[in-house]
Design a binder for this molecule. Structure first.
Ligand code: CA
Length: 443
């Protein structure tokens, strides 16, 4: 009976990607059944997943049931068995389809994992540790390391998805720029965005990701922080110990903030998370080690909850920033009639130390950040080829138009912050956590 059954199965499988069922005697009077699906590589076989094993166990159980019902009968001898076999064949046909779909899904996941692995490997130094990592993260040490080896260029090229030849040119330019700007300088160039993380649910369509430029132990320069800001009760702060954890999206710890946070304007600085509390002009400092709010202060007259957001909206009324000189807050007031006001804050008490009122209308720009005491704005959160379009220098109290290319690769830019230690702009662009290298030059 089983021979005929196998023929049936063979017929069903004919013309499709071969999926085989075999029977064998195990030598102890028992039958064993094995089911084989063609697979591009061994690694794609679902050894790690239980779904296929469960399907095979179910098939074996059905075969066993059929044999026990009609001992010794053949399809020709038993019309009842024939009907049952036809029904079983139909069910197996469905099973086969499902298994093929699972196989395809596993193949897709394998390819995705392989790409992820390649990307992670590209982020690790082939040997040694310091110079390459520093170069990839754009620290000041990068300029002391010669990045001309082909291996490095290929790795960095794969990571950034741009041709190596172009990178060689950009690296040479970047190195010259870094030498010009051992300290502060004005922004002259923004590179292409590099993806460091990706959100896998709607909660991460927009948010804020950060690294502390002046970390306090036990945290380090590698510790990475993330808040998904979709929703009304945003309280979860994800902590990642390193870039790999961040890239995989598996946090080492989830902090639950005592107060709900609003917008994408938060920063991490000197061991504290600074953020605007929901539906208020209150700023808070959350101590990351002590896991408690340690300072709170209202920004007098600051618009909030949609009064003076950036053009992106999202209640981005109050935006914190960190540069080489300390902690800043970017906002507007009724008195300033919607123009950007920039205030320097005491990081311990959150007291305003000094304020500057610019002539840049806050709602006309997509976002802003501060480098070396100069405020910069971005023209659009959605146009692919946007620009850094204005600067305001707190040293002179003057603003001027700029036209530095800035790429919105995923066309939904919800957050931009400068990190003075990494010398990069951190940004969140439609589920993607990206960073842009920058070049500063002396005026
Ligand atoms: Ca910002």
């Amino acid at each position: 009976m089983l021979g005929a059954w196998l023929l049936l199965w063979g017929g069903l499988a004919a013309g499709a990607d071969p999926a085989l069922l075999r029977r064998a005697d195990d030598g102890a009077g028992r039958c064993t059944y094995s089911f084989t699906v063609a697979s591009p590589s061994e690694a794609s076989c679902p050894e790690a997943g239980g779904a296929l094993r469960a399907e095979l166990a179910a098939l074996a159980a059905r075969l066993s049931l059929l044999e026990s019902r009609e001992p010794g009968a053949t399809v020709a001898e038993s019309p009842r068995a024939c009907g049952e076999l036809r029904r079983a064949a139909a069910r197996l046909e469905e099973d086969k389809g499902r298994l093929e779909r699972e196989k395809e899904e596993l193949r897709r996941r394998l390819e995705s994992s392989a790409r992820e692995l390649a990307r992670l490997r590209a982020g690790c130094p082939p040997r040694g540790d310091g110079p390459l990592r520093d170069a990839l993260h754009g620290s000041g040490q990068a300029s002391r390391w010669d990045p001309q080896t082909v291996d490095y260029q290929e790795l960095k090229s794969a990571r950034m998805e741009v041709p190596a030849s172009r990178l060689l040119q950009e690296t040479a330019q970047g190195r010259a720029g870094a030498e010009d700007s051992a300290g502060c300088g004005e922004l002259v160039w923004v590179g292409e965005p590099v993806v460091f993380g990706q959100a896998d649910s709607i909660a991460g369509k927009y948010g804020v990701w950060m690294k502390d430029p002046e970390p306090v132990p036990p945290f380090t320069r590698a510790t990475t922080w993330r808040v998904d800001t979709v929703g009304t009760e945003v309280r979860q702060l994800f902590q990642y110990d390193d870039a790999e954890q961040f890239s995989k999206g598996y946090p080492a710890k989830v902090h639950i903030l005592p107060r709900a946070l609003e917008s994408t304007g938060a920063v991490v600085y000197r061991g504290g998370l600074y953020f605007q509390q929901r539906r208020s002009r209150l700023l808070a400092k959350y101590d990351l080690r002590g896991e408690a709010i340690v300072a709170e202060k209202e920004i007098p007259g600051a618009g909030y909850h949609g009064q003076y957001p950036y053009s992106w909206g999202g209640y981005t009324d109050i935006d914190l920033a960190v540069d080489e000189t300390g902690l800043w807050v970017i906002y507007s007031t009724e008195k300033a009639k919607g123009a950007i006001v920039l205030s320097k804050l005491d990081p311990e008490t959150l007291e305003i130390q000094r304020s500057w009122e610019t002539n840049i209308r806050k709602q006309s720009v997509a976002n802003a950040f501060v480098i070396c005491g100069v405020l910069y704005t971005i023209s659009s959160y959605t146009v692919p080829n946007a620009t850094v379009n204005f600067s305001y220098d707190t040293a002179t109290g003057t603003s001027r138009p700029l036209s530095i290319p800035f790429q919105n690769r995923y066309q939904y830019l919800s957050m931009v912050d400068y990190n003075p230690a990494e010398r990069q702009l951190f940004a969140w662009d439609s589920f993607h956590m990206v960073a842009y290298p920058v070049r500063l030059a002396r005026a």
